[in-house]
Design a protein around this ligand. Structure first.
Ligand code: KIV
Length: 262
């Protein structure tokens, strides 16, 4: 088994798993020092490409961004979202997952759950590590919902999680689960759960980096904004604009004389 995955599995009930998304090398390089898992999420459709839905990201795009991210990753486990429509059946799932793994050299793929346990099984038996994803699964659910609020709904989520575990996934993302459901699932499966909007009862947490950095403008209750990069960038751009207009940039020291670039 992949050593990085072994390390993640050992964290269950011992220490929390830290995870964030990345779509390019520079940010991945920073995350790599801190994150156990870096996800190249299909959330890039919204965050990077301004789409209203994650459905608009295709295989080529996610592969290109992962190739960039991989250049910044040494230690973290690199997981890639399989875009909608790329794992409809065993055959196309296997072909596309193999392509992602081969071209990006990532460690694993993530599949949103849609009764696709046999597809997870197929990938795992082809030595492709799989992360599952239950709860609010934007690729398959039209409407946002907090999942697992009633006891029966929570039990249904647990059943789904158990089937994903049985199919061979090494961990599961729990997206927007009610706290009791997160706790029920986390306590009753042996693989780690990674929560987003799913309380602190999970084995780890993931957020979309652009949200927690204050870049995306998307700040639901479950996101904690750790920085306001939008404001920092705006301040810098304002300063630059002023300098250019006033002839304060470039200065003589910025001129390229002779042969040296630096
Ligand atoms: O695409 C993504 O960023 C995700 C996270 C929300 C888990 O799937």
């Amino acid at each position: 088994m992949n050593k990085k995955i072994e390390k993640i599995l050992k964290k269950k009930n011992k220490s929390k798993i830290v995870s964030l998304t990345a779509y390019s090398k520079n940010i991945a390089k920073i995350l790599d020092n801190y994150c156990d898992i870096i996800l190249v999420g299909d959330s890039m459709a919204n965050v990077l490409y301004g789409s209203n839905s994650t459905h608009e990201i295709d295989l080529d795009t996610i592969i290109k961004h992962t190739i960039s991210v991989k250049k910044g990753v040494k230690k973290s486990l690199l997981v890639v979202d399989m875009p909608k429509g790329t794992y409809n059946n065993k055959k196309n799932a296997k072909m596309n997952a193999k392509l992602i793994m081969k071209l990006t050299k990532c460690d694993a793929v993530k599949l949103e759950s849609n009764n696709n346990f046999n597809i997870i099984k197929e990938l795992v038996s082809s030595e492709i590590p799989v992360m599952g994803h239950i709860g609010y699964t934007p690729q398959f659910k039209k409407k946002f919902n907090i999942e697992g609020k009633s006891i029966s709904a929570a039990k249904k989520l647990l059943k789904e999680a158990k089937l994903i575990e049985k199919a061979g996934a090494f961990s599961i993302v729990l997206e927007c689960l009610a706290p009791n459901a997160s706790s029920l699932v986390t306590k009753n499966i042996s693989i780690p759960t990674i929560g987003i909007g799913s309380s602190s009862y999970c084995d780890g947490q993931i957020l979309v980096s652009d949200d927690m950095l204050g870049m995306s403008g998307f700040y639901p209750k479950f996101v904690k904004k750790y920085a306001s990069l939008n404001r920092i960038i705006e301040k810098a751009v304002k300063k630059y604009t002023r300098d250019v207009k006033k002839g304060k940039f470039p200065l003589k020291k910025n001129f390229l004389n002779g042969t040296k670039l630096r």
